[in-house]
Design a protein around this ligand. Structure first.
Ligand SMILES: [Cu+2]
Length: 126
């Protein structure tokens, strides 16, 4: 016959397992959102914001990039340390793309691939 303790242990293990699953699900959906905008109304303008403010520094970690590409002549690319390079959108693409990115310490530059010398911004990850 099972002891009272083993039943409690089994119930506790089930609860812990449920909690771990819930925590994992919550964690994957709770990464900080960054909003990138390029070429809205075909303007030669690119921005990256968090909570409505231009991104200048970020803590290392995982972020969800939501990129709004408003033009078929602009794109949104990101370069970073250790050879990191990501093209969120291409020049002919127009629309919205979302990607989850793990940012490491270092300097990053976001820019439009077609107009890199005039459409760019920088931020630093600590
Ligand atoms: Cu451009």
């Amino acid at each position: 016959m099972k002891s009272r303790y083993s039943l409690v242990a089994a119930a506790t293990a089930a609860l812990v397992a449920a909690f771990v699953v819930a925590a994992a699900a919550f964690g994957s959906s709770s990464s900080t959102k960054l909003i990138g905008t390029t070429g809205a109304n075909d303007a030669f303008k690119i921005t990256l914001t968090k909570g409505g403010h231009s991104v200048k520094t970020l803590a290392a970690g995982t972020y969800t990039f939501v990129i709004h590409d408003g033009s078929t002549i602009h794109s949104f690319a990101l370069d970073g340390p250790h050879g990191f390079a990501k093209d969120f959108t291409t020049v002919p693409f127009k629309g919205t793309k979302t990607a989850t990115i793990k940012l490491k310490a270092g300097k990053y530059k976001y820019y439009c691939k077609a107009h890199e010398s005039q459409m760019f911004g920088h931020f630093t990850v600590h």
